[in-house]
Design a protein around this ligand. Structure first.
Ligand code: FMN
Length: 176
């Protein structure tokens, strides 16, 4: 494998959820690149049924009360990701709405880019969606998929490396 390819795959190995951040802000150009990755993501029928709100640390005191882990409050940036089911593609066969899938793809792409930038992230699902929408003044029709906190990892801490199921347990070839 050449070095570029090796670096690419190591990205997926390096990524892990970060829950403690240093006070270093995320530079504007870095944040700009991450937001462009969100914007570039694929979506079913290219509907782009998503909205994102960037919440920087300054003026986030009230929002911070919604986090149940202290470490999240220090993150220089939090991004609330919303699905807009009315804008999304719907599979005719079974009526499945792809809004959450599309938002998840965009966020996952951004998390990959953040990892490449040395920025740590944690996806937070365990947060009160009603309170988040109320605080941010988000229209009723939007659904909170998650809040992603971003920042430079507190490096003196050993960020846990979570195990995975063996590949043979989750992948089958040809049929079940
Ligand atoms: C959809 C989703 C929701 C998550 N919600 C939370 C959360 O509410 N709080 C939290 O601390 N971590 C949350 N996580 C992080 C997971 O716990 C973490 O990804 C998993 O344990 C694997 O660890 P790793 O990300 O370090 O590889 C979430 C991750 C995903 C993908």
């Amino acid at each position: 494998m050449d070095l570029e390819l090796e670096n690419f795959y190591s990205l997926y190995d390096r990524r892990k959820s970060i829950r403690e951040f240093t006070s270093r802000p995320i530079e504007r150009d870095v944040l700009g690149r991450l937001l462009r990755v969100l914007n570039r993501a694929q979506s079913a029928a290219n509907r782009q049924p998503w909205h994102f709100i960037v919440i920087e640390r300054e003026g986030r005191d009230e929002f911070n009360n919604l986090f149940y882990k202290e470490g999240f409050k220090d993150a220089p940036v939090a991004i609330a990701a919303f699905a807009d089911p009315e804008a999304a593609w719907v599979r005719k066969n079974d009526g499945v709405n792809y809004a959450w899938v599309d938002v998840t793809i965009a966020v996952t792409e951004m998390i990959g880019a953040a990892t490449a930038e040395g920025v740590g992230t944690c996806w937070i699902a365990a947060i009160d969606p009603v309170a988040v929408k109320l605080q941010l003044g988000v229209p009723e029709r939007l659904e909170l998929v998650g809040v992603i906190v971003l920042g430079y990892p507190e490096s003196h801490l050993v960020h846990e490396r979570k195990p995975r199921k063996p590949l043979e347990e989750i992948v089958r070839y040809g049929k079940w």
